[in-house]
Write a protein that binds this ligand. Structure first.
Ligand code: SF4
Ligand code: SF4
Length: 459
């Protein structure tokens, strides 16, 4: 199965309960942002810009747990900012698990191995020596880490432990060169891969979380799926680039660029996602079959942003993850006071101009699960998707050359510096020999200083 059975049953029961009660609107996934601080500053990240005045502010733990209880979503995606910077992330995950919710920790991966070492230290016994030996042999921990783990750590705080109810959801937007370019720091891809390998070795469930931009070459995304599936990654979330109002304004102000040159239009999104159903047969793509049909341009859907609400330091963000017209103190207050008929695209007409090009999962994926715009056969498609076998990785395929950037001396920063120096022509030839974003027709992602702004969701 694509997901553990208990998770599928939990979500199905939640939907059935509300259908029987005829609840007009209810939450499926809570996007919880306990903080907006981050240890990266990806170009175009909407969150660290929209909430740039509150980067040091944290949601109290009690408020985080109360928000989950309040909207009662069966699944909570803990995002941010970088949620592993939240000082009580362990307590937050433990609290959400105590509420019997499915938890996704959406991370950029930089602190993940630290949390995995904390878990090992808290649970250490000599029986774990073979695991430590494997981690050392795989260069996933150092000798000093092994010594720290062997000391044990019984400080009484919870740790993040493997569970069928928990996923690490690691942000990766391409292979090494592309990903490091998008996050504007070399070495991040390599760290993500190490963290994913270590988490899999320790028995965690891991997903990847990818955003597709105008510049993205989908051939590279397929290679990326192939690479991570071979590492045993459990699934892949993929969504079109987010048309953040805040990031758009930032692009105009700081870069003097035209947003329409860089955002995905609906037509371009459909072009990029034309093969998503084929990907879904080969890889464990998270996203209902109906949403996949929508992304591939085969049907229309109505936005149900209220089903994936966002709660942050300022309250319940309305109407959705992307647009901020107001923050509300209560989820129900948001449901009651927002005029939902003013948002989304219906019959090809945008009710709000900001919705015009939006096809993001947080607006439309729940529409497929909830049977909005129901068509004959949708129920069977959902059953087959959820209860059918999980696609197996093709281990016979030629290995993907994922480390095509700084690992082989072709980091984008060195290339950019050299390109601006006296040996510019030589520097150009130092670019890696991989399919680049935009190679199939658009412009190629340029070095950081002159890069267009790739818009992405926060973790
Ligand atoms: S279509 Fe829905 S999710 Fe997209 S921007 Fe509009 S309200 Fe938000
Ligand atoms: S996109 Fe994620 S990792 Fe990048 S700056 Fe924003 S919150 Fe941090």
């Amino acid at each position: 199965m694509r997901f553990p059975l208990a998770l599928t049953v939990k979500i199905a029961r939640h939907i059935l309960k509300h259908k029987l009660r005829r609840t007009p609107r209810f939450a499926l996934v809570l996007q919880l942002e306990p903080l907006h601080t981050c240890n990266l500053s990806c170009t175009g990240c909407g969150r660290i810009r929209e909430y740039s005045t509150s980067l040091k502010n944290l949601m109290p733990l009690a408020d985080c747990l109360a928000a989950a209880r309040e909207c009662d979503a069966p699944m909570v995606s803990v995002c941010g900012g970088e949620p592993l910077l939240y000082p009580q992330i362990e307590e937050l995950v433990a609290g959400l698990r105590a509420q019997r919710r499915i938890v996704y920790i959406c991370t950029n991966g930089l602190l993940m191995r630290k949390k995995l070492k904390d878990y090992l230290a808290a649970t250490y016994s000599p029986r774990q020596e073979p695991v430590l030996a494997q981690l050392l042999a795989g260069q996933l921990i150092a000798d000093s880490d092994a010594a720290f783990i062997r000391q044990g750590n019984r400080n009484g705080r919870p740790v993040i432990a493997p569970s069928p109810w928990l996923y690490w959801n690691v942000h990766v937007d391409g292979l090494e060169y592309t990903h490091d370019l998008i996050v504007e720091r070399e070495g991040v891809f390599k760290e993500c891969v190490a963290a994913i390998r270590m988490a899999k070795l320790l028995g965690f469930q891991v997903a990847t979380n990818t955003t597709v931009y105008r510049e993205t070459d989908v051939r590279e995304i397929e290679q990326m799926f192939q690479f991570f599936a071979a590492l045993g990654v459990d699934g892949h979330t993929i969504s079109p680039g987010y048309d953040y109002d805040a990031a758009k304004q930032d692009m105009i102000r700081r870069r003097g660029r035209r947003p329409e040159d860089f955002f995905l239009t609906r037509a371009l999104t459909i072009e990029k996602f034309a093969r998503i159903q084929e990907w879904s047969r080969r890889f464990n793509i998270f996203g209902t079959p109906v949403y996949q049909e929508f992304l591939a341009g085969q049907r229309a859907l109505t936005c149900t942003a209220w089903a994936i609400p966002t709660r942050n330091i300022k309250g319940w963000k309305a109407p959705c993850y992307l647009i901020t017209d107001a923050h509300y103190a209560r989820y129900q207050e948001m449901l009651d006071q927002v005029d939902w008929s003013q948002y989304g695209v219906v019959n090809g007409v945008a009710r709000d101009p900001r919705c015009e090009n939006c096809m993001v999962h947080c607006g439309y994926d729940p529409s497929g699960a909830l049977g909005v715009n129901y068509q004959r056969g949708d129920t069977w498609k959902n059953i087959r998707y959820n209860f059918g076998p999980r696609p197996k990785p093709n281990l016979a395929a030629p290995p993907v050359k994922a480390f095509n950037g700084v690992s082989i001396g072709k980091g984008h920063r060195a290339a950019a510096e050299a390109a601006s120096g006296p040996n510019a022509a030589g520097a150009q030839s130092a670019a890696p020999d991989i399919p680049h974003p935009g190679e199939s027709g658009g412009s190629r992602l340029a070095p950081p200083d002159v890069s267009p702004v790739p818009l992405r969701p926060a973790n």
